[in-house]
Design a protein around this ligand. Structure first.
Ligand SMILES: Nc1ncnc2c1ncn2[C@@H]1O[C@H](COP(=O)(O)OP(=O)(O)OP(=O)(O)O)[C@@H](O)[C@H]1O
Length: 284
């Protein structure tokens, strides 16, 4: 499905016919996606849908063997460094070093991203403040809770002042209070900077609450796309037409409707995701 939203903001991310296969497995299969500048865009889908693979292609960690990925007009296959400079990325795996303090962790990223020496201390202090870690900045990361680790990783990704922030399951394994806190910090930075956010999550309630638009991905492709409200309304409408009395479908109902039986076949159900992030428990 090609998406050209009415939103006239510049295109932050465009994937056209993106494909990536691991041997016989087509992890990403003709992916078409347009994310506008300033959006919080949710890429949803069951385990194995291809979300992480797509993110790795966009972040240039995997090549783009077929199709096109553009980040603010830069071709991810041909202009890898230009794309990397525009991106912040928080992967599913742990990216913070438990043996360093919060501040040292962020400083490391600032150096990797060539933040000038003159700017560095100030920039590091600002992102630590933006994620609510100023008071804990000089404690070792191994003393942090899972939620603090996630916010530290957010600070690491923010220190290069990215225009597109990519978050792969930023709240997995966190308690509801920590989840809310992570989202509040993401939203505050987005409001302050106009940054675009692409996020994957298995939590439909979060997607509904915090994403401007969502795409439901299944077997490498986008099967539904719109605002959470639009997707819920479409399903409600369809169910009414079929004579089904429905109190109002949730985004989870939409997800089940789209993915259908495929979920069971794959053995992956977003509600059954128990793959609690190792990082938080290991370090937190
Ligand atoms: N390194 C790899 N080698 C072989 N197959 C892989 C590899 N990484 C992913 N795959 C396969 O590619 C498909 C897409 O996986 P991917 O991790 O992108 O899905 P996902 O939507 O991010 O899943 P999850 O929600 O569990 O993170 C799956 O069938 C997966 O088994």
């Amino acid at each position: 499905m090609t998406d050209v939203p009415e939103n006239t903001a510049p295109v932050a991310l465009a994937c056209e016919g993106l494909r990536y296969a691991f041997g016989e497995t087509r992890a990403v299969d003709d992916l078409e996606l347009t994310v506008r500048a300033g959006e919080v865009f949710g890429l949803l889908g069951p385990n194995g849908a291809g979300k992480t693979t797509a993110i790795r292609c966009i972040t240039t960690l995997l090549p783009v063997p077929a199709g096109m990925v553009r980040v603010f007009g830069h071709d991810a296959a041909k202009e890898r460094m230009a794309v990397r400079r525009l991106l912040g990325y928080v992967p599913q795996q742990l990216s913070a070093d438990a043996g360093l303090t919060g501040r040292e962790n962020v400083e490391l990223f600032a150096r990797v991203f060539d933040v000038t020496r003159r700017e560095r201390a100030d920039r590091v202090a600002r992102v630590l403040e933006a994620v609510g870690l100023t008071a804990a900045a000089d404690r070792l990361a191994k003393t942090y809770s899972g939620g603090m680790i996630r916010r530290l990783e957010l600070a690491q990704a923010l220190v290069s002042a990215p225009r597109l922030l990519m978050l792969d399951e930023p709240t997995i394994g966190l308690d509801p209070i920590a989840r809310t806190s992570v989202w509040e910090h993401i939203n505050a930075v987005r409001a302050a900077t106009g940054m675009t956010v692409l996020v994957t999550t298995h939590y439909m309630d979060e997607a509904d609450q915090y994403c401007d638009r969502v795409a439901l991905m299944h077997r490498g492709r986008i099967h539904a796309l719109g605002t959470p409200h639009e997707l819920r309304s479409e399903l409600a409408e369809r169910r009414r037409a079929e004579g089904e009395a429905d109190p109002g479908p949730t985004l989870e109902d939409v997800f089940r409707d789209v993915a259908g039986r495929g979920l069971d076949e794959q053995g992956g159900d977003f509600r059954d995701v128990r793959s609690t992030r190792r990082t938080a428990s290991r370090v937190g």
